[in-house]
Design a protein around this ligand. Structure first.
Ligand code: SF4
Length: 550
């Protein structure tokens, strides 16, 4: 059995003049790869614009050729009666095509016919994507040509061979069209195999006029910035190959936002991140925070981040949703949450178990006012009418704070409540409790991870294939950082995206600990239950908790 018949894994940075192409055309008995059969295969191999070989074979399809196909192609039953079947032709074709990049006009047709036959005969399939000259023409010469049919392009480029609906002639015409398209494409910046693949898979209107903005970017991993005429950073992104990624925007992207971004961009800046993916993620988060680029959604969302705050110095403290966390102010915080909706869900989860007051009126030890309905249903001990004194209320507050440290019992009680509601077929209420449990468990999960990362002081880790990663107070120290600002606890919302990038990268990448100032640990209590709830939430619903209050 033949293996890897067609080369598709060339280095994407290889110049197109060094790429070995096999340009293919098929004639068939119809349009469906499953129901129709191949009657002729034609192919030419091209390297650096030179034809280096050709292949042509008629195929006995084993079924009658429809008259209109015979009329179109000149291939009829009589012509193929003595020809070999596809199983005899395919091995020779695969040998001819071996090691080359597959090209065809409307390539999906030829590619899927060949793969259908390869699959049926238990050969390995061709790897995609193929290069389609029709798509490339749409990028490069349309609308200068009325359409991108092969006949039209052959006339436009005055190819020596004209397509006549026979496989080899059409393949040769297609190869000439490819050569001309690559010449034109080179002037537009399509110079490597990677560029070509991007150009034929891109959608939307190309912006070739600005493609040169990517010319000075390195072909290396890093972070890029689209900068406007007034030097304002418009967009920040990261890429494994800065030049290829930035170029890909200009080949066409049908997203309206990208159209508008490309209209405004004046130049593009790139910064390499030799420290690997994590360094790129962190640098991207820092730059987005610093510049708040107009086209980065995350440039604005951090302002919506919220916390739960409890001030134990109040006579009758209550949980509040706030948008800023203080440092060393004596208050307890949980968060940041993605928004006040998620914070409110966690607040309701806590209030479900620990009956703190919920009214927003300020209260001193002797403040009195009429209780609300919560007192009547036993959900608040009503300090407002003297139902509880500050000392006994303080015990509730201490209960809540210790539940946040050791949340197993609290989460267990919430899960039991959810089950009771479900058993009683009160499904909407059970779903509300479920959402609250998820919001609370996710916040506890994040804050536990953040606590050891931030609290570790100086921390050094190494992951497979990455350089040694050094952190100071949870902040990644880049090679050129002379003044790394440690992250405080709770993590300020301005740096939440940065810490979140580190947290999620660590969750995906096994690391080896090299050094740290303090022993790393997470509280045991509640750990298994939190992990179970977070996993359950991810498996059943990857969406964030609802951001609206019920
Ligand atoms: S019972 Fe009183 S203290 Fe409790 S939430 Fe209602 S108004 Fe506030």
């Amino acid at each position: 059995m033949l293996s890897v018949p067609v080369q598709t894994s060339l280095d994407e940075g290889v110049p197109l003049r060094e790429v070995d192409f096999v340009v293919v055309d098929l004639e068939t008995t119809g349009g469906s790869p499953r129901d129709s059969r191949i009657t002729e295969i034609g192919a030419v191999r091209v390297l650096g614009g030179e034809r280096i070989g050709s292949f042509q074979a008629l195929v006995n399809p084993g079924e009658a050729i429809p008259p209109f196909i015979s009329h179109l192609t000149g291939i009829d039953d009589l012509l193929v009666r003595e020809e070999p079947p596809i199983e005899a032709v395919l091995p020779a074709f695969l040998e001819f095509a071996r090691g080359a990049v597959f090209v065809a006009h409307n390539a999906r047709f030829d590619f899927s016919f060949l793969n259908e036959n390869l699959g049926r005969l238990e050969y390995p399939m061709l790897d995609g994507p193929p290069v389609c000259t029709a798509k490339l023409a749409r990028r490069v010469v349309w609308p200068e040509v009325p359409n991108v049919r092969l006949q039209t392009l052959a006339r436009y480029f005055r190819t020596r061979v004209q397509p006549i609906h026979r496989a080899l002639d059409d393949a040769m015409a297609c190869a000439e069209v490819l050569d001309q398209l690559l010449d034109l494409g080179a002037r537009l910046g399509i110079v490597t195999l990677g560029d070509l693949r991007q150009a034929v898979t891109a959608r939307g209107r190309p912006h070739y006029g600005k493609i040169r903005l990517a010319d000075d970017l390195p072909r290396a991993a890093g972070v890029y910035r689209f900068v406007g005429r007034d030097d304002r950073v418009l967009y920040v992104g990261k890429a494994r190959d800065l030049r290829a990624r930035v170029k890909s925007y200009f080949y066409g992207d049908e997203r309206k936002k990208v159209e508008s971004l490309l209209g405004e961009v004046h130049h593009v800046e790139g910064e390499e991140t030799p420290g690997g993916e994590l360094e790129a993620l962190v640098l991207e988060a820092r730059l987005i925070r610093r510049h708040e680029p107009k086209y980065n959604r995350r440039g604005k969302t951090w302002r919506r981040f919220a916390y739960l705050k409890l001030d134990p110095t109040e006579a009758f403290p209550r949980l509040k949703v706030v948008h800023r966390a203080g440092t060393d102010d004596g208050c307890a915080y949980l968060g940041p949450f993605s928004g006040s909706g998620a914070a409110r869900l966690a607040k309701e989860a806590l209030e479900e178990i620990v009956p703190l007051r919920r009214c927003a009126r300020s209260m001193g030890a002797r403040t009195r006012f009429a209780p609300c309905a919560l007192a009547g249903i036993g959900r608040c001990p009503s300090p407002c009418d003297g139902g509880i004194d500050p000392e006994r209320y303080g015990e509730l507050v201490r209960d809540l704070l210790s539940s946040l440290e050791s949340p197993d019992g609290l989460l267990e009680a919430l899960e039991a409540r959810m089950r009771r509601l479900a058993d009683a077929e009160r499904f909407e209420e059970a779903a509300s409790v479920r959402d609250r449990i998820r919001a609370l468990a996710s916040a506890l999960h994040r804050s536990r991870q953040d606590a050891w990362l931030v609290g570790a002081g100086h921390l050094e880790l190494v992951a497979e294939g990455e350089r040694r990663l050094a952190f100071v107070g949870g902040a990644l120290a880049r090679a050129d950082d002379t003044d790394v600002q440690p992250i405080s606890e709770p993590c300020p919302r301005e740096r939440a995206d940065e810490l979140s990038a580190v947290r999620s990268w660590l969750a995906r990448n096994p690391v080896r600990l090299i050094a740290c100032d303090v022993p790393l640990s997470e509280p045991v209590d509640g750990g298994a239950r939190i992990a179970k709830i977070v996993r359950w939430a991810q498996e059943n619903d990857t969406e964030r908790p609802r951001a609206t209050r019920r």
